[in-house]
Design a protein around this ligand. Structure first.
Ligand SMILES: C[S@@+](CC[C@H](N)C(=O)[O-])C[C@H]1O[C@@H](n2cnc3c(N)ncnc32)[C@H](O)[C@@H]1O
Length: 238
């Protein structure tokens, strides 16, 4: 996996998430000690904190099993949600979980969003940007489809840096525990070996802030979570 790039990496990621889709939610709860719902709720609250316009459209990119989309659809500021992912088995689960919520699930690639410019008041990405093959391009696409003043909320596991023991201890624990938990609870050691590897090869929270700003968005909030191993970034389109 480490040496895959571009379309090969995208195909690998899509196949991997398709395979683990039936057990994805269970592993998410185990790996985050049940915190991931609260994190998504907080991210949406922060993103929409000063929203004062009539209800508008939202987009959840790399929606997976749809938890961010469901959180968005629950908010009075949001009229309808588009939930996009390239792994169709994940989307089927998202559609099944959506019940009567105003959510439309659709297959698509984050690097080429099938929406017009300025369409959305809010875009979310949960644990997705780390898997993108071209983050600047995906962020440029998000910036394009956000309407001026619209908000972006990114929830992601980040590469830890800085002084002190935590940036050494936590990644090591994660590297050891994730494959074992994946093998035990998802029957898939490979996918959960990819998880810590993808974090180590990824960006720090400060580097994500830079990438967001390089896409022309204004950073509003950086909220570290889980001892700094997870972060919420909130940004706005000027
Ligand atoms: C770790 S899951 C996150 C799912 C969900 N957002 C959450 O918060 O739990 C990552 C998801 O990103 C999707 N994904 C990765 N790269 C993508 C891309 N380029 N376009 C669309 N979906 C993508 C995968 O198929 C997978 O469902």
């Amino acid at each position: 996996m480490a040496n895959l790039t571009g379309p090969d990496r995208a195909r690998y990621v899509a196949r991997m998430f398709s395979r683990i889709s039936p057990r994805y939610d269970r592993l998410n709860s185990i790996m985050t000690a049940g915190r991931h719902h609260a994190w998504r709720k907080l991210a949406v609250q922060l993103a929409l904190a000063d929203y004062a316009d009539p209800p508008g459209l939202a987009l959840d990119v790399a929606t997976g099993t749809g938890d961010f989309a469901i959180e968005l659809a629950d908010r009075p500021e949001i009229s309808r949600v588009a939930a996009l992912d390239f792994a169709e088995p994940m989307l089927h689960l998202a559609a099944a979980k959506s019940n009567d919520a105003p959510i439309r699930c659709l297959a698509g690639d984050a690097h080429n969003l099938p929406f017009p410019d300025d369409a959305f008041v809010c875009v979310t990405v949960g644990f997705g940007i780390r898997n993108f093959t071209d983050l600047p391009r995906a962020l440029a696409e998000i910036a394009r489809v956000l309407r001026p003043g619209g908000r972006l909320a990114i929830l992601e596991i980040v590469r830890m840096d800085g002084a002190g023991p935590l940036p050494r201890i936590l990644p090591t624990l994660f590297r050891l525990a994730a494959p074992a938990l994946g093998a035990l609870f998802a029957g898939n050691r490979e996918a959960y070996t990819y998880l810590p590897e993808s974090v180590q090869g990824f960006l720090t929270a400060a580097q994500i802030s830079n990438a967001i700003q390089n896409a022309g968005l204004t950073l509003h909030t950086l909220r570290p979570l889980a001892l700094g191993s997870v972060a919420i970034h909130i940004a706005a389109k000027p």
